[in-house]
Design a protein around this ligand. Structure first.
Ligand code: SAH
Length: 243
């Protein structure tokens, strides 16, 4: 369901790229554009480069940060111009497009693009379930932002609608990005309380745990159980400390 798919551009510097991305999207029947802290938008150059896709620009949702742009999304794919930037599952555009459309049958999904100069930060990449890398010249791998939007939009367009491919056994209510974020905060705090988290190396452990929980795709009931386990562990620690 392409109507559940949002394209997110983070902190784009050149308004022309926003316009060209809107055009690339509309050419491939995509409409929902989210802009995180765009620089100089709205702008005549963006409209000129959108060249008739002004409706995509006019309906673009401007957000203050990536969390806001991902609100309500249970599945997120990030783009990376470098193939093995961090150890995170990386797929090809074709694999990612198929996965995004499959996931979009269950609710909102997002495909996230980074800044022209520096791409996405590690913190932003960590909010993604998968990364997608467009195969390219290893010594000149970074495409223009709108060109990258074009390639991925094309792959999304080429996926055949096949609603019966994997009939859903039992619909599961998956956890949206904002709830996963508060779970990760709770997990981190609990690990600190339990003195399990080494404060000199917090990022590595949390990154591995994020990867693990993102891979397992918990539903709301499972998330409630996990939160209960964390609260119980925190309570027990408190109780022990008091004695
Ligand atoms: N120097 C930056 C390049 C950013 S290019 C870096 O190394 O990350 C701007 C954006 O275009 C990227 O954040 C990504 O969203 C997209 N992009 C460019 N080339 C890409 C590629 N080969 N695969 C996937 N996305 C790419």
């Amino acid at each position: 369901m392409k109507s559940n798919l949002r394209i997110v551009l983070v902190n784009t510097t050149h308004p022309g790229n926003i316009g060209a991305a809107a055009r690339a999207m509309k050419n491939m029947c995509l409409e929902r554009l989210y802009l995180v802290e765009p620089q100089g938008f709205p702008c005549a150059e963006a409209t000129a480069r959108a060249s008739g896709a002004d409706d995509v620009l006019a309906n673009a949702v401007v957000c203050q940060n990536l969390e806001e742009a991902l609100e309500g999304c249970h599945f997120v794919v990030g783009t990376s111009a470098r193939s093995r930037r961090i150890s995170w599952p990386v797929e090809t555009p074709r694999q990612s497009a198929a996965r995004l459309l499959e996931e979009s049958k269950q609710g909102e999904v997002a495909l996230v693009f980074g800044r022209e100069h520096s791409g996405l930060t590690n913190d932003e990449l960590e909010k993604c379930h998968y990364l997608v890398h467009i195969p390219s010249n290893p010594v000149y791998s970074s495409l223009n932002l709108a060109a990258a939007v074009q390639v991925l939009s094309y792959e999304l367009m080429m996926i055949e609608p096949d609603d019966n491919a994997h009939p859903e056994e039992e619909p599961r209510e998956l956890v949206p990005a904002e709830e996963m974020e508060s779970f990760f905060l709770h997990l981190e705090q609990t690990l600190v309380d339990l003195e399990f988290l080494n404060s000199n190396q917090p990022r590595k452990l949390m990154r591995r745990l994020r990867r693990f929980f993102n891979r397992s795709r918990p539903d709301k009931t499972e998330m409630n159980i996990l939160r209960g386990v964390l609260s119980a562990a925190q309570g027990r620690k408190l109780y022990k400390a008091k004695r």
